[in-house]
Design a binder for this molecule. Structure first.
Ligand SMILES: C[S@@+](CC[C@H](N)C(=O)[O-])C[C@H]1O[C@@H](n2cnc3c(N)ncnc32)[C@H](O)[C@@H]1O
Length: 234
């Protein structure tokens, strides 16, 4: 890692890709706070900025939105290349989980890159549902991949005794997932836990079965844990 004193002589600009936890400041690590305080430019979506509002008051903050998220990050990279400014790209939860990491690494090619892990919504949901993450398949419906392929993986995992931890997204809601799974032979009695707005004031947890999830509406900010038919949620 490059220390403050070395900044003047550093040839390559520095970018931190920082996990800020699932939303509450209680889940923001000391390490994340430290690197954010070193940054000249902070960039992220509104949700990414939520846990660090007070920390970034005096920083140059660049907000990513649906309309500009590619341009904003590319502009920041170009500016940092020219000026040597240090950048912190913030990502909700952990940046190595469904946060566009591959694209970020491409945009910041040639930079000194340090990834700061964060506490993921996956970990918080697993804790609430009381499942081992290493006995689970993690799947995200947030990255525009092939929905059918992912559903196939989920069915296979459940049949083989794995739980599924699903990041809800524009590509698939919990009720749609329940519908697909039941239509493909997974029992409607399989236990599920859906965690909405984790660690935030309006956190809600639904504990029920796949068939009970069929007719419910959940926020897009949700993680759904589906128990393997071969194991039970405790
Ligand atoms: C773009 S992905 C980012 C995942 C993030 N990197 C993580 O480790 O949690 C966004 C999805 O993560 C999940 N998520 C992130 N924060 C959450 C929260 N506070 N409560 C519930 N789900 C959350 C939701 O499934 C949401 O649609």
């Amino acid at each position: 890692m490059v220390r403050d004193g070395e900044r003047a002589t550093r040839l390559r600009p520095m970018v931190y890709i920082v996990g800020v936890g699932p939303g509450s400041t209680e889940y923001l690590t000391e390490k994340a706070k430290e690197v954010i305080s070193k940054a000249d430019i902070v960039v992220g979506w509104e949700l990414d900025l939520l846990p660090v509002k007070d920390l970034v008051k005096d920083k140059e903050v660049r907000l990513q939105t649906v309309d500009n998220y590619v341009e904003v990050i590319e502009e920041v990279a170009r500016e940092a290349e020219k000026t040597g400014k240090t950048v912190a790209v913030l990502r909700i939860g952990d940046p190595c989980i469904s946060s566009g990491l591959t694209r970020l690494l491409k945009v910041f090619e040639g930079f000194d890159v340090e990834i700061i892990p964060g506490i993921s919504s996956v970990q918080v949901a697993a804790a609430i549902a009381r499942v081992n993450i290493d006995e689970s398949l993690i799947v995200s419906f947030h990255d525009g991949g092939d929905v059918n392929e992912k559903m196939g993986l989920m069915i296979e995992a459940l049949r083989r005794g794995r739980h599924v931890i699903m990041l809800v997204g524009p590509d698939l809601s919990p009720s749609e997932a329940a519908k697909h799974l039941i239509a493909n032979g997974i029992s409607g009695d399989v236990p599920v836990v859906v965690c909405e707005n984790l660690t935030l004031k309006d956190q809600r947890v639904f504990k029920g079965t796949l068939k009970e999830a069929l007719d419910r509406q959940f926020s897009w900010l949700s993680v759904m844990v589906i128990a393997s038919p071969k194991r039970e949620l405790k």
